[in-house]
Design a protein around this ligand. Structure first.
Ligand code: ADP
Ligand code: MG
Length: 240
């Protein structure tokens, strides 16, 4: 599904060049669940932006579902992104004045109406939050807000979900529950999931850990027995 070949990304700031990615090659199959780890500044967000078609490499090739995306114009890139990729953010990025279901509905832009409502409710249901549809973010726990964020990422049925530190603002109970949700979506719906994290025990919920250092992949290892958090998801955030 994803094929990066010799991808580099250089940012220019005045006369200074920052090489955020250097000659990175990576293949990810449909249905994989992978963690991208590495210290701050190692290039994780840069890589996610390229994988999610938010940005293009300075050099190298990126094939997404067999399509070369490195030379596309902004509007074509946006079209592919909208069709194929869902994003989950550390800070949820919900609009505070909108209800959960209205937040989920936002990416649909037009065709809201009754059909959009139905799809949004179905997305909320897929993350176990249908019963909170009419609540605003301030009335929801951190874990519940992140579930709304995941539902919003799912509403357009992307094949690829990119999550940048999705549990970074959550306590350990809520983190496990969110990882359980991502595991279930990966297992039951075959969605390809890539999670950026700096926490080893979060990465341990995936089946593959890729480590970046100074913009290069230094290790790429399978997780032999991933932690299973689907039970944590079923029990809820406080484990009761
Ligand atoms: P991480 O997400 O692992 O912390 P980033 O991908 O955000 O790493 O950053 C990698 C390197 O690229 C860092 O040195 C960072 O300062 C630099 N960088 C990231 N984005 C930009 C930008 N828009 N302009 C200039 N330098 C950037
Ligand atoms: Mg980052």
């Amino acid at each position: 599904m994803i094929k990066l070949e010799n991808v580099s990304k250089t940012y220019r700031m005045g006369s200074v060049e920052v090489r955020a990615l250097q000659d990175v090659s990576l293949a990810v199959e449909q249905g994989e669940m992978m963690a991208l780890v590495g210290r701050s500044g190692s290039g994780k967000s840069t890589m996610m932006n390229i994988l999610g078609c938010l940005d293009i490499p300075t050099a190298g090739s990126y094939l997404l579902d067999g399509e070369e995306v490195t030379h596309l114009k902004d509007d074509r890139l946006a079209e592919i992104r909208n069709r194929k990729v869902g994003f989950v953010f550390q800070t949820y990025n919900l609009l505070p004045r909108l209800t959960a279901i209205a937040n989920v509905e936002l990416p649909l832009l037009y065709g809201n109406g009754r059909q959009g409502r139905k799809r949004s409710m179905a997305a909320l249901d897929r993350v176990g939050l249908a019963h909170r549809a009419r609540h605003r973010p301030v009335e929801l726990s951190g874990g519940e807000q992140q579930r709304v964020g995941i539902a919003r990422a799912l509403v357009k049925q992307p094949a690829l979900l990119l999550a940048d530190e999705p549990t970074g603002n959550l306590d350990s109970g809520a983190s496990a529950s969110i990882m359980g949700t991502l595991q279930r979506l990966n297992r039951d719906e075959g969605i390809t999931i890539i999670v950026v994290t700096h926490e080893r025990d979060i990465a341990a919920h995936t089946r593959r850990i890729v480590t970046l250092s100074d913009g290069a992949i230094i290790t790429d290892e399978p997780v032999l027995s991933p932690l299973d958090a689907t039970e944590a998801e079923r029990l809820g955030e406080d484990g009761s």
